[in-house]
Design a binder for this molecule. Sequence first.
Ligand code: NAD
Length: 491
Amino acid sequence: ARLRQESLSKLPTTVKTPMYERTDLTPGIVHIGLGNFHRAHQAWYIHRLMQQGLAHDWAIVGAGVRSYDAVMRERLLAQDCLTTLIELGPNGMSAEVIGPMIDYLPIEENNAALIHAMADPATRIVSLTVTEGGYFLDANSGAFDFDHADIRHDAENPNQPRTAFGAMVAALRRRRAECLNPFTALSCDNLQGNGTILRNCVVGLARMSDPELANWIDRRGAFPNSMVDCIVPATTDQLVSQCRALGVDDRAPVSHENFRQWVIEDAFCAGRPPLENVRAILTNNVHGYETMKLRILNGGHQLLANVGEVLSVPTIADCMKDPDIVAFFRKVQFEEILPHVEAAPETTASEYLELIESRFANTAIHDTTRRVAFDGSARHPGFLLPSLRDALASGSSANGLALAEAFWCRMCAGIREDGSEITPNDPQWESLNSTAKASKADPELWLEQGFYSGDFGISTQFSNAFARWLTLIWQRGSRAAIAEYVANGST
Ligand code: NAD
């Protein structure tokens, strides 16, 4: 039978199910951008609390601001917002149905239902996973892009907002008018200082139409920084079949690795679930954890995925079996990333790298190089360029990071070394693709893009290395470039 509340009792006993009465749950969280990651991460933590008899007033209401979210909405509503999580452990797969989500709001152009739900006094947290590219950050300055057409639209039409941030501002305006507290706005995207970035988006947008409201949000609201970690591959048809083989007919299951971390700044303005009971880390030093994770794990992902795509290596675990790619990955990590990362509490950077390598090598996880390479225009600036900046500033080697940028450029040319096509893989694909093609003859063109402005553009050490690598990749191939880098070290 299809997964539904009423069919839960008929599932095989090997599938764990909610022990709480779902009809007793009341909403506390509105989540915008209800993709796979949220269901395997935040929803998993809330579910664990609910299993302990806690947080029953913190149920999740899903929402989206993109028209294509309607597909996910329909699928989830058809199964009473239940999700099957499939854990990909070293000893095989196991399935668990979780139920902390109780509704999914309609997707509307003016976001009326979303605004209404966020203005409701029961909503005490609005959380988001809208991807790194969803924060309207200017590619050059990294600051909020006030000139973006959608942002200008929302500033001019504050009651008919298109963006998540416009909807949040509209809801906060209502809450203020009704003498309610603001909700806590919690970003769960992979951005360094994601809470501060979210604050700048929301307060910045509010200021464009209503400065007093902006001050109120800034003073009374809360935007905790958080670091999220769990590898959650995109769902494939194969996963849907595997889920059925485990006994659950779920049309939208989510798989995830058997590791999870959530480090959150303990700064909420309207209460929070007792997340420390389920091993989330509530701390005032998110930054330390975050730098380590974004640079070693997320930066490491980019090291593997770009060259992996160019060489037609399907998954991250496959990359970890490729001796050339691993040699490149290790050398860049040890010589150019780790030296600039401070240890976080309880672990050193090299212990952390060891953990990451074993997670990446987990063959149970079918995490495609394509998914990981997606959105490089946001991921390179967030995950690799900070290491590059530190390496250049300290005068140490940046040769391998220059090679990583050259692999990204090579990938954006849209064709693999075996001649197959790489289909558009970035919101800015058109411009990346044409710049990448033109850079084949003139590598400097790639470095004239906004991501590299400031410190990078003026570093001849970096631009020379980049040009040399890109030329070598085009002339003799990616493996030859890696061989040269590994043999010649940190020139
Ligand atoms: P997904 O594709 O399943 O879902 C993405 C969601 O973001 C969708 O609901 C989509 O509509 C929404 N979205 C995309 N662009 C948007 C925009 N411009 N404005 C508003 N909404 C937008 O992806 P996912 O696996 O859920 O990952 C989402 C984010 O979660 C990642 O970008 C990352 O920041 C974070 N994350 C993911 C993983 C992972 O392994 N998947 C791990 C850590 C963190």
